[in-house]
Design a protein around this ligand. Structure first.
Ligand code: HEM
Ligand code: HEM
Length: 120
C-alpha cells in the first residue's frame, strides 16, 4: 500500500511540476526554474523511485519509519518548492522555509537509506 501511495502522490506532483514548466515557457519568465526543478525531481522522480523501491522489496515498507518517510516526503516537496519559489519570486525573507525543508529532506533520505541498508 505504501508503494502505491508514493506513486499516486508522485504523478500529482508531476502534473503540478509540468504546469509550472508550461507557465514558465508560455510567459517566457524562467525565474522559477529552481522551484520547477525541485518540484519535478523531488516530487515526481524521487517519490516515484522510493515507491518503486518499496514495491520491489516489500520488507522495507512495513515499518513505522517507512510510513514516516511518506509524510516527510510530502513536507520536503511542498516546503522546498514553496520556500525556493518565494526566494526566486523576490521574497528572500522566507528563506527559513527552504532551510527547514532542506533539513527535512536530509532526515527523510537518511531514514530511507537506513531502511534500504538494513533490509536489502
Ligand atoms: C510540460 C513539461 C515541461 C515544461 C514545459 C518544462 C519547462 C521548463 C523550462 C521553460 C525550463 C527552463 C529552461 C531554461 O531557462 O534554461 C525548465 C527547466 C528544467 N526542467 Fe522542465 N519542463 C517540463 C517538464 C519537466 C520534467 C518532467 C522534469 C523532471 C522530471 C523537468 C526538469 C527540469 C529541470 C531539472 C530544469 C532545470 C534545468 C537547468 O538547471 O538548466 N522539467 N523546464
Ligand atoms: C536538501 C535539499 C536541497 C537543497 C537545499 C537544494 C538546493 C539547491 C540550490 C540552492 C540550487 C541552485 C539554484 C540556482 O540555480 O540558483 C539547486 C539546484 C538544483 N538542484 Fe537542488 N537542492 C536540494 C535537493 C535536490 C534534489 C534531491 C535534487 C534531485 C533529485 C536536486 C536537483 C537540483 C537540480 C537539477 C538543480 C539545478 C536546477 C536549477 O538551476 O535550479 N536538488 N538546488
Amino acid at each position: 500500500m505504501l508503494a502505491e501511495k508514493f506513486i499516486k502522490s508522485a504523478v500529482i506532483y508531476l502534473i503540478i511540476g509540468l504546469l509550472l514548466g508550461l507557465y514558465m515557457a508560455m510567459t517566457q519568465d524562467h525565474s522559477q526554474i529552481p522551484a520547477h526543478a525541485h518540484l519535478n525531481l523531488l516530487g515526481w522522480v524521487t517519490m516515484a523511485l522510493m515507491g518503486l523501491v518499496y514495491k520491489s522489496w516489500p520488507p522495507i515498507s512495513v515499518s513505522k519509519i517507512a510510513a514516516l518517510t511518506y509524510w516527510l516526503s510530502h513536507i520536503s516537496v511542498i516546503g522546498l518548492t514553496i520556500g525556493i519559489g518565494l526566494i526566486y519570486a523576490g521574497y528572500p525573507e522566507y528563506e527559513p522555509i527552504a532551510a527547514v525543508s532542506s533539513i527535512v529532506v536530509l532526515i527523510n533520505v537518511s531514514l530511507f537509506a537506513v531502511l534500504v541498508h538494513r533490509n536489502l
